[in-house]
Ligand binder design. Structure first.
Ligand code: ATP
Ligand code: MG
Length: 380
């Protein structure tokens, strides 16, 4: 049976706790965590897990997908999620206390004292009719104690606690000799390949954008994030967030818009002095300048095309050479391209080596290339 697609809403871009209908390319990890919990439910013991990965890889969505979709489908249990980021111990424990009372529909007595709150929480958590799964998101040095306390309590009351933390805090808190972190299993979350990240971006566009984005635009966003930001889904969502107002006002998304939406990860490239760079690599190299010129001309003319394929580029350079009466061999074009790729002026798509893109606005490259070519011609 096909599910009817809910209507598109930008919630998936602006709500940090949004959980998509499907969590893509995490089948193995979801299978693992599900298996661990199935065993613990059947044999009635508590199990504590740490979920970790580099910041932005999708830790929050992984734990929330498990908590809000998989658990209710399979297990009859209470679920409690607390984001510990920037909260002190009192705030975290009050939130745990509020949520367990809400889950179990028990009245809550107002209290502001840490010990009293913890006692209330403990009493209610221990006397539930169902077992409970807790998630503490964003564990770090400042709240590690709360996680550990909860993990120990979980063991006593046959509940389970999932701690979520980024790789940095994971190393800091679990690899030190003095560690008190208690956990039975860990689920490391890997970064995605270009094609996996593409699927994630494509799905998010379908769920949230008023109109489709072209495949080229989605690939371009993906390529930039894979190449310059360790393929973090979070960065792609940030880019989509920046593009959303344009798209919803009916404007066409072109390569300029994508470059500006990903400025935070590519800004280093915009500080380049392209004139200088191109001058250095193309010293007396007429062909490399022609290749750059043809390429940037094409990208300027077709703003929604974010790539040029090698075949098209070859043809454009041939035409230029004929016009200018320059003799050339096919190899020359490829040799020039290799130099440009090596110098990080031109990039190959992670999707296909055949697709080439640039980071700098093509106008800037064009100006530099044509200026230098004319100068070379004058000197001859
Ligand atoms: N496998 C996936 N399928 C669909 N969407 C995903 C997937 N992985 C991550 N995302 C999306 O990427 C974005 C970032 O994910 P999330 O907030 O979980 O990252 P995080 O690792 O918790 O980051 P932070 O370091 O900020 O805590 C979210 O919009 C999330 O829905
Ligand atoms: Mg998170």
């Amino acid at each position: 049976m096909r599910m009817v697609k809910p209507h598109r809403s930008p919630k998936g871009l602006f709500d940090p706790y949004y959980v998509p209908e499907r969590l893509l390319h995490r089948d193995r990890e979801l299978g693992t965590i599900n298996g661990v919990y199935r065993d613990s439910f059947e044999d009635e013991y508590g199990v504590n897990t740490l979920v970790h990965g580099i910041s932005g890889v999708g830790m929050t969505v992984f734990s929330r997908y498990f908590l809000t979709k998989l658990i209710p489908e399979q297990f009859n249990s209470h679920t409690v999620y607390v984001d510990a980021k920037h909260k002190d111990t009192l705030e975290i424990i009050s939130e745990l206390n509020d949520k367990i009372h809400l889950e179990t529909s028990k009245p809550i007595t107002v209290a502001f004292d840490l010990d009293i709150l913890w006692m209330q929480f403990k009493r209610t958590a221990a006397s539930t009719d169902k077992r409970t799964v807790f998630v503490i998101d964003n564990i770090d040095e400042t709240n590690e104690d709360v996680y550990s306390k909860l993990a120990r309590l979980s063991k006593e009351i046959q509940a389970s606690t999932i701690g979520v933390l980024n790789s940095h805090d994971y190393r800091l808190l679990t690899k030190l000799p003095a560690t008190h972190m208690s956990y039975d299993f860990e689920i490391p979350l890997d970064t995605y390949t270009q094609s996996q990240l593409y699927d994630i971006v494509r799905m998010r566009v379908e769920d949230t954008f008023p109109h489709q984005l072209t495949e080229e635009i989605v690939r371009y966003i993906t390529d930039l994030v894979v190449e310059f930001d360790a393929s973090k889904p979070k960065t792609t969502v940030e880019a989509l967030k920046a593009l959303w107002p344009l798209a919803s006002s009916g404007q066409e998304i072109d390569s300029d818009a994508v470059r500006s939406a990903t400025m935070s990860i590519t800004s280093f490239a915009h500080d380049n002095d392209y004139m200088d760079l191109i001058e250095t690599i193309s010293m007396n190299d007429y062909m490399t300048l022609l290749v750059l010129e043809a390429m940037s001309e094409h990208l300027m003319r077709y703003k929604t095309e974010t790539y040029i394929d090698r075949q098209t580029l070859n043809e454009l350079v041939e035409v230029k050479c004929e016009e200018l009466g320059v003799r050339f061999a096919r190899n020359d074009i490829e040799r020039s391209l290799q130099t440009l790729i090596f110098q990080s002026i031109v990039f190959e798509s992670g999707y296909s080596r055949n697709l080439l893109y640039v980071l700098a606005p093509p106008e800037i490259i064009y100006d530099a290339a044509i200026g230098l070519r004319r100068e070379l011609a004058r000197r001859k």
